[in-house]
Ligand binder design. Sequence first.
Ligand SMILES: NC(=O)c1ccc[n+]([C@@H]2O[C@H](COP(=O)([O-])OP(=O)(O)OC[C@H]3O[C@@H](n4cnc5c(N)ncnc54)[C@H](O)[C@@H]3O)[C@@H](O)[C@H]2O)c1
Length: 412
Amino acid sequence: MQEGLTNFGVIGISGRGSGMLAEMLSVEGVKVTAVCDKYEDRAQNGVKIVQEKAGYTPEMYLDYRELLKRDDISAILCCTTWITHSRVAIDAMRAGKHVAFEVGGAASIEECWQMVRVSEETGKFCMLLENCCYDRNELALFNMKRQGLFGEIIHAQGGYQHDLRDEITYGRETRHGRLFNFMNRNGDLYPTHQLGPIAKLLNINRGNRFVSLTSMASKARGLHEGILDNLPKGYDLSTFNFAQGDIVTTMIKCAHGETILLIHDCTLPRPYSRNYRVQGTKGIYMEDKDQIYIQDESHQHSWESFEPYRDKFEHPLWKQYAKDGIHEGGHGGMDFLVLSAFAKSAINDVKSPIDVYDTAAWMAITCLSEESIALGSMPVPVPDFTNGMWIDREPFRRGKYCLEEVCEEYFE
Ligand SMILES: NC(=O)c1ccc[n+]([C@@H]2O[C@H](COP(=O)([O-])OP(=O)(O)OC[C@H]3O[C@@H](n4cnc5c(N)ncnc54)[C@H](O)[C@@H]3O)[C@@H](O)[C@H]2O)c1
């Protein structure tokens, strides 16, 4: 290993993986010595990205299990498909490597338990790369909540509201993973972009937990209409009956009485929004229209613009990031921050700020929402992946990237 650098392997190098690989090479202390995709052209592209950006040549693999045999690699970044993340993660931890993987939901509760057990047995961390936890607004809101501006949080909501009709429909032509999910499943397939920040706000798995949920799916029309409008007559999916409802709504109840509302909305025409809303006994924030109302600060019954609040309550991580000169990274900088959080944890061999209990609890919402919908919106229990420890956890690790507290002492 080159002095001062830690070796990483990257698995899954399609659109997202190639962007994350390039970004990972900008993180201090990181050396990517192995890249893998089951498609040779994509694996080769991974090699090229490293050569062009870092000036050295990583080993290329088509079978990730071969890559995992490498003793010199400390951690794995996995950007494969939703139904392969946990398998790669489990195999990586068993091979003695920390692992972080891209977002997506679980297909079964069993895969969540496997991740938890293997992480506990091996002592390796398993981190969902929920970049939205490091978004500038989300971190400012977290800071405001910790300073009591919203009072006691009563309700939070948000969702993944992103018109992905093209990406989904052309899944076979582009060898993309989403299409088969929308053909065969019906649930909140992508819950974590807003659930991650909400869970950290509500201390989930540390004094609070998700207890139960109920989900409802609308009918499915968006993909069908999009195909009729945009693809040649007779396209083979034009008569396909997609399983995934256009709008899936999920309500989660927490142990301390808070409610969470999640929306999955990816197959109808619309601009992007995660529609974040935080509401407490003293105020409310709403992402749509970027507005806020704080009882003792705002004019009675009048919305204010969020921007001045964001500036005033900027999270120190973002203050530092701006001072250092914002790196031209993906999604406005949050990709770089989540990768830095992962890389620093792996390099220092310490706990990751999003741990296996967070990963399991957030991902589990997908298969539980599928179950609830299949049962006519029956409430279903959410497993406690901490096995009771949520009421008395080991202390969290403080640091710049900590998502449990704002650790001012780590910033100049
Ligand atoms: N956090 C974000 O903002 C964000 C943005 C885009 C995508 N994503 C997530 O990133 C992931 C990847 O997205 P994508 O758009 O690149 O998907 P994709 O389907 O185009 O790519 C997945 C890649 O993984 C590879 N792969 C699958 N199984 C493999 C295996 N067993 N071994 C080796 N390679 C394997 C595939 O060949 C493919 O190249 C998804 O989970 C997606 O939801 C996250």
